[in-house]
Ligand binder design. Structure first.
Ligand code: PHE
Length: 443
């Protein structure tokens, strides 16, 4: 069983204290028609016109904050938008409410700034996530959401029974062709009353959603009856199977893998076989009843799923490198334009420009974290950095000092880089690693 690193907080509903408002010039800037204000990191972190006091744990970087508000998933004809629209259309046409209206509402503009409580993140893991403001109180510490599940509770509290939610999510990570610290997810949630769940079952009127003195087992939560869980699980898997068949075609092979998320139980992952490999495309499960309870929907039960839009787009359109989603190159973007949302799209690779690489080695202090180094490289090198790999680790036999050597591969998506350009960037990285991470360069 796979374990995931989010933690379920205590679920007493608590008011969210809004951070201090931004200085008035920033607020005014947001109201004007000009470009969105650029995020700033000074004594305060300014993001989307809101101001957060900066403290010792603030670990967002300007490069990351620049991505907030870009919303690639809302940019018409962008490949992530194409996938989002295909999913929306599938749900709109397959699930229709009593009056012919779409059952699922769609939300794609919620701010990615959330509290750790919303994010189900009790760990406050500064190595994995991006924090804006760190407080000892759980419901005031703010971060960039690490998954769209962070909005489950607020949308259920708002009274929604069935919704889809697309958004940008942020995780500190390694650097390679399928990992980027900002990516996009689509969340789906559906709630059922007892009537909705059991009405299609023969004799369903004698069944109940909840039982008073049950046990939590591998198969179910304490308060749910086994019938509830089985019917929900069937509905969830059926919904996702039909979505994946719509996206990938009838030939696709699927498999379900059991796993763990702190906000669902039981939980599953769906893997799709693509070019001989099993590829995880989404996580899902039966929503923890205490979440529904704290959102005022404790009399209903529900399921949730979250899928990765880049993952799906890379596979479906044959896009080899995740950085391409951020490209402004017409040769990339124009390949996804067209009136017919469902036309087959196969990405034709742009001519690849040659990579250049440079190694960096340094003695590391005990406090050294690889993700800090990756962020530093990304912050300085931006999208020029294609990959960073650890080449070598060494512990001095006498002094016990440890040294690491990394290879940084630089490549521009749209032109050939010069040695000179790479050298300047690389030297900046060397200097910043010394001053910011306390490493001792062996250059
Ligand atoms: N939020 C999970 C992730 O990012 C996916 C998920 C969503 C799992 C909803 C269960 C329910 O990996």
């Amino acid at each position: 069983m796979r374990l995931r690193g989010f933690f379920l907080p205590s679920l007493k509903p608590r008011p969210f204290l809004p951070p201090r408002p931004a200085p008035s010039n920033q607020r005014r800037a947001r109201l004007s028609d000009g470009p969105a204000p650029r995020p700033l990191i000074g004594p305060d972190v300014l993001v989307q016109g809101r101001s957060f006091p900066r403290d010792d744990f603030t670990n967002v970087t300007p490069r990351i904050l620049e991505k907030v508000g870009v919303n690639l998933h809302n940019e018409k004809q962008h490949p992530l938008w194409v996938i989002k629209e295909r999913i929306k259309e599938h749900f709109y046409s397959s699930y229709v409410g009593r009056w012919g209206n779409p059952l699922f509402s769609v939300h794609d503009n919620l701010s990615p700034v959330v509290t750790v409580q919303q994010n189900f993140d009790r760990s406050k893991n500064i190595k994995k996530y991006y924090y804006l403001y760190f407080s000892f109180s759980f419901h005031r510490t703010t971060m960039l959401r690490a998954h769209t599940s962070a909005h489950q509770r607020e949308l259920v509290s708002a009274g929604l029974d069935a919704f889809l939610l697309a958004g940008d999510v942020y995780r500190r990570d390694e650097i390679d062709s399928s990992h980027y610290p900002v990516f996009h997810q689509m969340e789906g949630v559906r709630l059922f009353s007892d009537h909705e769940l059991f009405s299609s079952v023969d004799g369903g009127q004698v069944l109940s959603l909840f039982e008073g003195s049950g046990w939590r087992t591998e198969q179910k939560q304490q308060v749910h009856t086994l019938e509830t869980v089985k019917l929900l699980e069937f509905n969830l898997k059926d919904t996702l199977r039909s979505l994946v068949l719509t996206l990938f075609g009838p030939e696709v092979e699927l498999r379900w893998v059991e796993c763990f998320f702190p906000f669902t139980h039981p939980s599953f992952e769906l893997e799709v076989r693509f070019r001989g490999q099993w590829l995880e495309v989404l996580g899902c499960g039966i929503m923890e009843q205490q979440i529904l309870h704290s959102a005022g929907a404790g009399h209903k039960v529900g399921w949730a799923f979250g899928l990765g839009l880049e993952r799906l787009a890379m596979v479906l359109f044959d896009i080899p490198d995740i950085r391409l989603f951020w490209s402004r190159d017409e040769r990339f973007l124009r390949q996804f334009r067209g009136d017919d949302l469902h036309r087959p799209i196969r990405f034709q690779p742009l001519s690849r420009f040659p990579p250049l690489h440079n190694d960096i080695s340094f003695w590391i202090p005990d406090s050294f974290s690889q993700n800090d180094f990756f962020d530093l490289v990304r912050n300085i090198g931006g999208d020029l950095v294609e990959q960073v790999t650890l080449l070598d680790q060494f512990t001095h036999p006498k002094t016990g000092r440890r040294s690491e050597c990394y290879r940084i591969v630089y490549r521009h998506m749209e032109r050939t880089l010069t040695q000179e350009e790479v050298r300047t960037t690389h030297e900046q990285i060397e200097r910043a690693a010394e001053s910011e991470l306390g490493v001792h360069g062996r250059y």
